[in-house]
Each structure stands twice: as structure tokens, then as C-alpha cells.
Design a protein around this ligand. Structure first.
Ligand code: HEM
Ligand code: HEM
Length: 232
């Protein structure tokens, strides 16, 4: 297997585009770095604040990619809240249903993870230690927001960590009890060809478009900060 966007082996189809895979593992890396970076570096938590803003930028990119990315990366493909009930029932009854992208239950978990990380990162921008370290929007927000955001920010990592544990447990459950390897495709992009319910093969998702949208995300995040008078 290769890391390229198209599968190299016969009998395999492209499941995840390269930008989605780079996003996923970069997000994992930065979320793990977030609590660690509060303990290293200067008293201004420079590493932590820039690490956090990189997460904000990635999340804005993922929203854009959820509309313009390849088929399996699009929200319209994997957000099926009602379908999750039927899928959960079939799972409990031992009926195997195969999805090329996120299955309906996995799609909900992906949304929950993204929402938890987004809430934590947004709160971070309004968080202050009331001594020297301020998030970039503290100076322009009412004091009540800062108090609420700081409370959310001090507890939010626990929620992210809990969701991540369930998420990883589910991935290993599929490996152990459904003989389905989900990690390989999220690294290399390909899955065995087969009768998937959602799509036969993912389409679109060019790297050039992803880079253009990353540029747009940077402009939206840092241009937005500048426009409202925020300070890094
Ligand atoms: C901080 C921890 C983690 C976070 C926040 C996280 C977040 C996510 C997100 C947002 C996605 C959806 C990707 C997308 O469509 O954009 C995803 C998918 C996935 N993640 Fe994680 N993840 C974490 C840790 C892990 C770890 C440690 C593993 C490996 C053991 C893992 C394995 C996977 C797999 C296999 C998928 C694809 C699931 C599927 O096929 O539907 N994740 N993760
Ligand atoms: C998902 C992203 C983030 C995670 C997981 C995270 C996690 C954390 C953690 C675990 C702490 C230590 C809390 C404590 O001492 O009780 C912290 C503190 C802090 N974070 Fe974040 N953070 C994130 C994003 C951000 C962002 C985007 C900013 C602002 C740019 C930010 C600004 C701060 C500040 C100012 C503090 C110090 C608060 C204090 O000491 O009272 N964080 N963060």
C-alpha cells in the first residue's frame, strides 16, 4: 500500500482522500499536544495558544471540506442521525452492514468529537488565567463570557478524552468482532472492493482544492481575529 490518493492494489477501492487522512492524524496529534503544551515553554503559554489556534484553523478547514471534499468526507454522506438507530439495531442483532465511509453510528461519533474539540478550542479563545495568560478574544469579550469560557475550558479536555476512549474502543471492537480494519484505510486511504451501502468508491477531494481551502481557513480565522480586534 502507498499513502497516495489512489489505491495501488487490484481489489481495493479508494475510501478516504489524502487531505481527510492528514486532517485526522494531525488533529489527534494536536489534541494530544494541547494539555502537554500547557506545561512546557514560557509563562505566556505561547506553545499552547498557537497549538490551539492551529486546531481552530483545522476545524474550520474540516467544515469547508465537509461540503467540498470527496464523497466520504462530506457531511451529507455520513450524517444520518435517523439511520443510526437502524444501524445500531442491526449491530446488536449481529447483522453486518458495510460502509465505505463512516457508518451512521460512527458518523455521530465523528460529529461529537468535532463538536467537543470545537467547543474546547472556542472556549480557549475567551479563556484567561486572570494573571498573565489571555486567549486572543479575552480583551474584546464581556467579563461574563471570560468566566464561563474559562470554566468550560478547564473541564472540556475530560470530555474530549472520554469521547476519544469510546471512539478508539469502537475501532478495536470492529477489528476484534467484525473483522474490519478501520485504521489501515484511515492511514493508507484504501479498503477492499465490495458492496458498500454508501458509495462504491470515494470521488473528488483534490489536494490542490484542500490547500486552497486551508488558505481560506487561515484567512477566515486570523482575518476574523484581526477584524474584531483580537490579540494573539
Ligand atoms: C484525540 C484523539 C482522537 C480524536 C479527537 C479523533 C478524531 C477523529 C475524527 C474527527 C475522525 C473523523 C475523520 C473525518 O472524517 O474527518 C476520526 C476517524 C477515525 N479515527 Fe480518530 N480520533 C482520535 C484518536 C484516534 C486513535 C488513537 C485512533 C487509532 C487507534 C483513531 C482511529 C480512527 C479511525 C480508524 C477513524 C475512521 C473511522 C471510520 O472508518 O469510520 N482515532 N477520528
Ligand atoms: C482543543 C483545543 C484545546 C485543548 C484540548 C486545551 C486544553 C487546555 C488545558 C488542559 C488547559 C489547562 C487547564 C487547567 O489548568 O485547568 C488549558 C489552559 C489554557 N488554554 Fe487551552 N486548550 C485548547 C485550545 C486553546 C486555545 C485555542 C486557546 C487560545 C488561543 C487556549 C488558551 C488557554 C489558556 C489561556 C489557558 C490558561 C488558563 C488558566 O491557566 O487558567 N486553549 N487548555
Amino acid at each position: 500500500m502507498t499513502l497516495s490518493a489512489s489505491p495501488s492494489n487490484a481489489g481495493e477501492v479508494r475510501a478516504w482522500d489524502l487531505p481527510t487522512r492528514v486532517f485526522k492524524w494531525t488533529l489527534v496529534f494536536l489534541v494530544i499536544c494541547a494539555p502537554i503544551s500547557t506545561k512546557v515553554g514560557d509563562v505566556m503559554m505561547t506553545w499552547h495558544r498557537w497549538n490551539g489556534m492551529a486546531i481552530v484553523t483545522l476545524l474550520v478547514w474540516r467544515v469547508l471540506w465537509g461540503v467540498a471534499g470527496s464523497t466520504t468526507a462530506r457531511f451529507a454522506t455520513f450524517v444520518r442521525p435517523l439511520g443510526a438507530f437502524g444501524y445500531a439495531r442491526d449491530l446488536l442483532l449481529g447483522r453486518t452492514r458495510k460502509f465505505l465511509g463512516h457508518n451512521p453510528l460512527g458518523g455521530l461519533m465523528v460529529l461529537a468529537l468535532l463538536a467537543a474539540v470545537a467547543t474546547q478550542a472556542t472556549a480557549g479563545m475567551f479563556t484567561s488565567d486572570d494573571i498573565v495568560v489571555d486567549g486572543p478574544l479575552v480583551a474584546v469579550a464581556p467579563v461574563a463570557w471570560e468566566k464561563l469560557a474559562s470554566r468550560i475550558h478547564h473541564n472540556g479536555f475530560l470530555i474530549i478524552a472520554s469521547l476519544a476512549i469510546v471512539h478508539v474502543a469502537a475501532v478495536f471492537w470492529y477489528r476484534a468482532f467484525r473483522n474490519e480494519n478501520l485504521i489501515g484505510p484511515m492511514v493508507f486511504g484504501a479498503k477492499p472492493a465490495g458492496a458498500y451501502e454508501d458509495a462504491r468508491e470515494t470521488r473528488g477531494g483534490s489536494v490542490m482544492l484542500a490547500l486552497a481551502l486551508l488558505g481560506l481557513a487561515v484567512v477566515l480565522v486570523f482575518g476574523g481575529l484581526w477584524a474584531v480586534g483580537g490579540r494573539m
